[in-house]
Design a protein around this ligand. Sequence first.
Ligand SMILES: Cc1cc2nc3c(=O)[nH]c(=O)nc-3n(C[C@H](O)[C@H](O)[C@H](O)COP(=O)(O)OP(=O)(O)OC[C@H]3O[C@@H](n4cnc5c(N)ncnc54)[C@H](O)[C@@H]3O)c2cc1C
Ligand code: HEM
Length: 363
Amino acid sequence: MLKESWSLVEEHQDKVAGYFYARIFLSHPDLRDLFPVHMDVQRARLLNAIVTAVQTLEDPEKFDDYLRALGRDHRKFHVEPAHYEVVGGALIEAMRQFAGEQWGVEYDQAWADAYAVIAAKMLAGAEADTNPPYWYAEVTAHERRATDIAVFTVMPLQPLEYRAGQYLSLECPRFQPRLWRTYSPANAPRRDNTLEFHVRAVGAGWVSSALVRRLEVGDMIRLAAPMGSMNLDRRSTRDAVFVAGGTGLAPVKSLLEELTRYNRTRWVHVFFGARTREDLYDLAELNRLAARYPWLSVVTACSEDPTFPGEQGNISDVVARYGPWNEHDFFVSGSGKMVKATLRTLAELQVPSVRIKYDSFSD
Ligand SMILES: Cc1cc2nc3c(=O)[nH]c(=O)nc-3n(C[C@H](O)[C@H](O)[C@H](O)COP(=O)(O)OP(=O)(O)OC[C@H]3O[C@@H](n4cnc5c(N)ncnc54)[C@H](O)[C@@H]3O)c2cc1C
Ligand code: HEM
C-alpha cells in the first residue's frame, strides 16, 4: 500500500517536497533553523530519506540498529521528539495534496503506522545515547596538497571515540552552516585526540570546496556520530590488500596506523591510484611508512598521466596485474565509480565477498 500510494505522487516529487517543507515551516517557523540556508542545495533530502526509509524498511525490526543510529545522529540537527509528529503529519498532507482523488484513508493509515514505528525506534536510539550530539573541534593545521586537495588536522574540545577506518559527519559552521557531510579520519585514535582529514573539493561541492579552499587554522568545525564498519579484524591472520582512489586513502591510512601498532606477521599491500601524480597527494608519507615497516608495500598508479613512472591505468585494473589474491582480506575506498570497478575486478578474481570491506564516497 505504501508503494502503491507513493506511485500516485512520484512524478510530482518536487512539488510534494516544496509543499512538505512549506507546511512544516509555516506551522512551525522555528524548525526552519534546523535546515540548510539554501534549501535548493538538497531540496528533497529529508523527504526522500523518509520515503525511502518507510518503503524499504518493511520489517523495521530488522533495521533496528540502523534506525537507532539514525535517531542518535539526528541530535546533531537539533531534532527534538515533538518534531517527529510535525514532520510525519506534513509528509502525509503533502502526498494527499498531490495524489488527487485516488488517495484513500487507508493510505493515510498505512503511512502513519509505518512512520510511527520508525520514529519510535529513532527516538529510542536518541534517548539512549549518552554521547554529546556533536563535538566542537578547532583546526590546528591546514595544508593544500594539490589544486583540489587539502589535508587538515583538528583538535576536538572533548574526547571523541571512534575506531580506525570509521567516518564521521562534519559541519563547517563558518562557511556552510547546517550542511553535514561524512569524512574519514586518516589516523587511528591518538592519545592527543587529534584527527587528520583528507578532502578533495568535488565539482560544485558546497562543503568540500569550503574545507579545501577557505578553512583556516583557528576555525571551529563540528563533528558527529562516528559510523561505518571498515575496521580491522585483529583475529585475522590473512595478509591484507588496501585499494584507495584519491582521498579514499584517508581511511586506509587510519587502518595502516592501527596496523603499525601491533602487526608483525601480516603482509600488507597498498594500491593507491589517482588521475594524475599531483593527486597522489600523500605519497611521500606512504613511502616513508613503507621504508619503516618491512611488511608494507605500496603500488601507485595514474590513469591520466602518461609519463608517470608508476603503473598506468585505473587502480581497479592495476590490482588484477598483481596477486594471486584469493587468500587476502581486502579494504577498498574511494569514489563510487572506483569502488564499483574494484569490486567488479575482485569478483572476477573470485575473491569471496566476505573478505572485502569497502567505503564508497558517493551518497
Ligand atoms: C562514508 C563516506 C566517507 C567519505 N570520506 C571522505 C573523505 O575522507 N574525503 C573526501 O574528500 N570525501 C569523503 N567523502 C565524500 C564527502 O562526504 C562528500 O560527499 C564530498 O566531499 C562532496 O560534498 P560537497 O558538499 O562538497 O558536495 P555536494 O554539494 O553534496 O555536491 C555537489 C555536486 O557534486 C557532486 N558530487 C558529490 N560528491 C562527488 C564526488 N565524490 N565526485 C564527483 N562529484 C560529486 C554531486 O552530485 C553534486 O552535483 C565520503 C563520503 C562517504 C559516504
Ligand atoms: C521517520 C523519520 C525520519 C527519517 C527516516 C529521517 C531520515 C533522514 C535521513 C536518512 C537523512 C539524511 C542524513 C544525512 O544527510 O546525514 C535526514 C536528514 C535530515 N533530517 Fe531526518 N528523518 C526523520 C525525521 C526527521 C525529523 C522529525 C526531523 C526534524 C525536523 C528531521 C530533520 C532532518 C534534517 C534537518 C536533516 C538534514 C537535511 C538536509 O541536510 O537538508 N528528520 N533524515
